[in-house]
Design a protein around this ligand. Structure first.
Ligand code: SF4
Length: 80
């Protein structure tokens, strides 16, 4: 294994300090976006009808689950 093949994925494309800076910015943007999505609960889940969860029909989703989502959370791809 060459030393260029160690570390996280983008390392193979790094040839200069500018590449490093660009990679850091891209990773920070990605992390910020993941943190934004992490905070979306039922309202951003494809299973949410606006009133209830389609998976657990007939059962009210507790407020704390509505805020955070459950393990079956399926993102609707809308980032707000
Ligand atoms: S996050 Fe879970 S409880 Fe909420 S709508 Fe989606 S599947 Fe239902």
């Amino acid at each position: 294994m060459s030393s260029r093949n160690v570390g996280p994925g983008p390392v193979n494309f790094i040839r200069s300090k500018q590449d490093v800076a660009d990679s850091i910015r891209a990773l920070e943007r990605g992390l910020s976006f993941m943190r934004l999505i992490e905070g979306i609960g039922c309202s951003g889940c494809t299973n949410y009808t606006g009133r209830e969860c389609a998976l657990y029909r007939g059962h009210e989703v507790p407020e704390e689950v509505k805020r955070t989502g459950c393990p079956s959370w399926n993102w609707d791809q809308i980032p707000f």
